[in-house]
Design a binder for this molecule. Structure first.
Ligand code: NAG
Ligand code: NAG
Length: 274
């Protein structure tokens, strides 16, 4: 005997109200599952020396060190006795066989990204341009900067130092990464001249790492002996200890950001696949 009897019509309207919510939840669950199968995640925060904790890290990868610090990190943030709190988030793809990729990973010039890295990075940035976050940033910038969100623009820039993409990302380095066989593009978060709001301190980097042979974690079906490439997206943010935690340190926004980075890596890989 139930106290509240729901009429069939009431049930139907409940279903109608909850349905639009349920669909995105199922989609999110699928996306999370799919991304967690094909990417690996690690993050960490380094606190100023002398504090109670120096380095707090969380890893899903079998690594217990911080990745090499980006080349374009400001000197006072990079230094060992820095008084900045430095946080990073690293999302990396499982190894992708070279023979499934459409482009070459070798570049002839010293600071000109290889066709593979350039196309992967621009593929991810084109995908990013359609996210709510990018749409929001786009409303905050001047008309001239708005064109840096256009697919045509993103596909045509070389990703050389000074190039701007999606309004607030300015290429600050391209060349070797910290691992052997790696190549990367670093982009600093920089406010366009017209924007007066608060700007977080941060940079993002896109990297490819070439691995010889078939690594243990490669997907079933790969034949041993094939070269592989790992596609990476890292976000580095820094703040003073008194300031509120950065995006990548916070639980909910960190989780959302990680999911988005995983999705962007997959979009980037699909751009360069045969
Ligand atoms: C990395 O993530 C940022 C968002 O933090 C995004 O703008 C960028 O396009 C991504 N790049 C790659 C190569 O995945
Ligand atoms: C790692 O990211 C999670 C959110 O995904 C966050 O709750 C946690 O504080 C982060 N850890 C560090 C050490 O920044």
């Amino acid at each position: 005997m139930s106290l509240i009897k729901l009429s069939p019509s009431r049930n139907a309207s409940v279903a109608l109200i909850t349905a639009p919510l349920i669909i995105p939840v199922i989609y999110m669950a699928f996306l999370t599952y799919n991304i967690s199968r094909s990417t690996k995640f690690s993050n960490g925060t380094q606190y100023p020396k002398g504090g109670p904790q120096r380095l707090v890290q969380r890893h899903e990868e079998n690594e217990n060190v911080m990745p090499g610090k980006p080349t374009s990190l400001p000197d006072d943030v990079r230094s060992e006795d820095s008084d900045w709190v430095l946080a990073y988030e690293r999302v990396a793809s499982v190894p992708v066989p070279l023979r499934s990729l459409a482009l070459s990973h070798t570049s002839t010039l010293s600071c000109s990204p290889s066709p593979l890295l350039r196309a992967y990075t621009s593929g991810a940035h084109v995908a990013f341009a359609s996210t709510p976050q990018a749409i929001l940033i786009r409303t905050l910038v001047d008309t001239e900067t708005k064109h840096t969100f256009e697919t045509n623009w993103i596909q045509n820039i070389q990703f050389e130092p000074g190039d701007i993409v999606n309004g607030v990302y300015k290429v600050s380095y391209c060349g070797k990464g910290s691992e052997t066989g790696s190549e990367r593009i670093e982009l600093m978060i920089q406010a366009p001249p017209s924007y007066k709001g608060p700007v977080p301190n941060g940079l993002i980097l896109s990297e490819i790492v070439l691995v010889e042979g078939a690594p243990a974690e490669s997907l079933p079906g790969d034949s041993a002996g094939d070269g592989h490439v790992i596609f990476i997206n890292e976000t580095w943010m820094w703040r003073k200890e008194s300031e509120k935690p950065t995006l990548v340190e916070s639980k909910v926004s960190g989780w959302m950001h990680r999911l988005m980075a995983g999705w962007l890596i997959k979009k980037g890989i699909s751009t360069v696949s045969l």
